[in-house]
Write a protein of this length. Structure first.
Length: 336
């Protein structure tokens, strides 16, 4: 048995037709009879022939590649986002190219990928779009959709309504009698975190109970743990009766630190987060949180992207989707 990869010529010889007929038949050309198309498809399958992606790109002007820029794998939210992107992109007959992952500058890596791989469009979920990359995208006609980030100039976006979710959490804490709140925020350049911070702070301030303590959790578990240790070390009369960490991963750190210090979470102090990660439902955390609609966010993002891959003249759009409040034991509620 030959170990050589079958080519269009191999299929043409086996089917007894010209190579050009093979190419047209596999593209579904109606000028080729249904019987001939079926026979060619059968022969191609038997031989294990698959057209090269580069050849399809040359003939169609599209690579079928969708790029994605994702945040650090240390935050499980980005893992959830990537998993859903892989699933939905595959279902749409496209392929995924990870252009950049994790923190750090992305200008050169993303620009190089756009030029070398002829990416048809990009989803960006971790950082703001640098002007240099935006210029490369515009010059090459590559549409970009931000997911979990606010839209910028000449960019579409799909986001969770971070302000509304934060108001829901603030209202929950006030209704349960909590009045002294600590806010575990982040100083990182994240529009998502800024919206959650502002939404919660403004709501609590309007209710006459602004956050009594603001700590930087640096968008990490470790940062949340340090914030939790700081809160636990405060004298009981000065200690907040509730904590809002603007991401689940920071809330986990807060919870672990408080419990290690012997603070009764859910009774002496309520803790809430934002993202709705599956791990937050585990008994060790039992975290009250707002769940981001990740499936819908990726789906709407791909809808926007594919529409602009077909028609680059479409106007920019920003879609805001509301999350789901999930009450669990960390806020004093009964686990659902």
């Amino acid at each position: 048995m030959s170990e050589k990869r079958p080519t269009i010529v191999t299929v043409a010889e086996a089917a007894g037709v010209a190579a050009s007929t093979i190419s047209r038949a596999l593209k579904g050309d109606k000028r080729i009879s249904p019987e001939t198309r079926a026979r060619i498809a059968r022969v191609a399958q038997e031989l294990g022939y698959t057209p090269y992606a580069s050849a399809r790109a040359l003939s169609s002007g599209r690579s079928g590649l969708v790029g994605i820029v994702i945040g650090p794998a240390t935050n499980p939210f980005y893992t959830e986002l990537l998993y859903e992107a892989v699933r939905q992109i595959g279902e749409r007959g496209l392929r995924l190219l990870v252009i950049h992952a994790g923190p750090g500058p992305m200008e050169n890596s993303m620009a190089d990928a756009l030029l070398q791989y002829q990416v048809d469009g990009c989803l960006i979920s971790s950082v703001d779009l640098p002007s240099h990359v935006g210029a490369v995208c515009a010059a090459n006609g590559v549409p970009v959709v931000m997911v979990n980030r606010v839209a910028q100039a000449d960019t579409c976006a799909v986001v969770c309504d971070n302000a509304f979710g934060s108001v829901q959490l603030g209202d929950l804490l006030l209704r349960s009698g909590r009045r002294r709140t600590a806010l575990v925020r982040t100083s990182a350049a994240s529009s998502t975190a800024r919206e959650r911070d502002a939404g919660f702070t403004n709501f609590m301030q309007s209710a006459g109970h602004p956050p009594a303590l603001r700590l930087d959790g640096r968008s990490t578990y470790e940062g949340g743990f340090e914030a939790g240790r700081h809160i636990a070390a405060l004298p009981a009369p000065e200690r907040p009766d509730s904590v809002y960490a603007v991401s689940d991963i920071m809330a986990w750190g807060v919870l672990d630190a408080l419990r290690l210090a012997g603070v009764a979470v859910g009774r002496d102090i309520a803790v809430v987060g934002f993202d709705g990660l599956p791990q937050s439902a585990r008994p060790v955390y039992d975290l009250t949180t707002v769940e981001q609609p990740v499936v819908a966010m990726i789906g709407r993002g791909l809808d926007l992207l594919q529409a602009r891959m077909r028609d680059k003249g479409l106007p920019d759009e920003t879609i805001s989707l509301r999350g789901r409040l999930i009450e669990r034991g960390s806020s004093g509620a009964r686990a659902s």
